[in-house]
Design a binder for this molecule. Sequence first.
Ligand code: NDP
Ligand code: 8X3
Length: 252
Amino acid sequence: MAGKTFFITGASSGFGAACARSFAVAGNRLILAARREEPLLKLRDELSQNTTVHLLTLDVRDREAVRHAVVSLPDQFHEIDVLINNAGLALGLEPAHQVDLDDWEVMVDTNIKGLMYCTRFMLPGMVARNRGHIVNISSTAASWPYPGGNVYGGTKAFVLQFSRNLRADLLGTKVRVSCIQPGMAETEFSEVRFKGNSGQAEKVYAGTEPLTAADIADTVKWIVERPAHVNINNIELMCIDQSWGHLAVDRS
Ligand code: NDP
Ligand code: 8X3
């Protein structure tokens, strides 16, 4: 696995930071991107004894900033082997008729358009080299609807189908595309969803043993480490304390 260049979006916390830790071995080069600089600097301090790190304070919603970040990477980081499209968020859990439309737009701009920009700007190099791997982070919310999931689930359904369509486009190349659909995992995700209301966030995980960021990083690592002729299309995983419910019926 050593000797590869990884571009990880959303590396300042949660799954992205765990992936960075997991791939921080001698010989690898890590490009770590997120909006918040401070956690990125801390992560670089932690990892740079083991690996070579390049930080990008980047908002993936900014198309020109993504393009510029990719074309102006330092030489040793230029050839990206693995793009982990992880940056994303849910905002709110209100029903569609009460939701703040700005929240919907932020989710679309980040989870869909940000992922599109990163993919579009990094993919040509992978195709030209005839090697590379894009790992997209979707969600169980892509396949399994729940009240308040509205646009968040929609964005993650996009990620799932876009991943499959990418691989369809890439047939004939050795570029791999994989999609992961995690269920409930304890990270900053719920703090963000509930806009800093930590009491509400904690309730999501209360009484359960949720997935951890390290569980997702393990899954990414397993996917990336399959032999070059194996493409893992899609993996869905949940913690043992989560499963499906019955369909809802209104009897009022
Ligand atoms: P976190 O909130 O811990 O991490 C989200 C990361 O995304 C942060 O590093 C954040 O960095 C980054 N991010 C958000 N918006 C932007 C932006 N506009 N530009 C660049 N980076 C951005 O949550 P998770 O680690 O849990 O989430 C990672 C991914 O996994 C998301 O796509 C999420 O939807 C998905 N997911 C999460 C699940 C869960 O239960 N936790 C389950 C299934 C999927 P910063 O704020 O510094 O920009
Ligand atoms: C995060 C999992 O169930 O909150 O994607 O949508 S869930």
